[in-house]
Design a binder for this molecule. Sequence first.
Ligand code: NI
Length: 223
Amino acid sequence: MIIPMANILTGEELELIVDSLQEAEFVDGKLTAGWYAQKVKNNTQLKNDAHQTQELRDVVSAALKRSSLFQIAARPKAMRPIIFSRYQEGMYYGTHVDNAIMGKEKLMRSDLSFTLFLSDPTTYTGGELVIESTQGEQAFKLEAGSLILYPSTTLHRVEPVTAGERLAAISWIQSLIRETGDREILFDLDTVCNSLSQQSSTTTEFDLLSKSIANLLRKWAEV
Ligand code: NI
């Protein structure tokens, strides 16, 4: 499933992040790419030890935690430190697949990738995130503050930015539910369950659905 999520950040959070990034020091994105991706990666990213980095990571992490849509779509077990990337005119990230295993001392498997768009899409040209699937290619250029969650198993790229500047926050998640199909079943059931829970009184159907979700989680979750 490729899931766009609108308004992950509030206007205040977005402003704080973008303002802070204007002052920040960026370094060559090749420093954190795997050997294969290095060949096609041409962008910059916020320096890992810049004084702004931790605060900005915390703002994004808190926004992801409070989004129930993100939580039921990703079911995160672990997440890599968030990277703030910047593409200026002429920069791009060619077709690649993300590393399957990430981290140095503490390893994790990447199941899901996300891009949180930070720049107003009318302020830059190009810079679409293009994801390849069996149905063909899909291009995404979302509103600032909106996020796209997609399987790390895909080939994807960022089209060259031909004018303006594209800022984004990206990271990778190891999900409690390894299989995409299983995650989708739980996502659909949870969506129905949430909708039923809006109704005034609980019903036997709601109870049985809740029980099934809990038992499927017991069956599939890697904790
Ligand atoms: Ni990637």
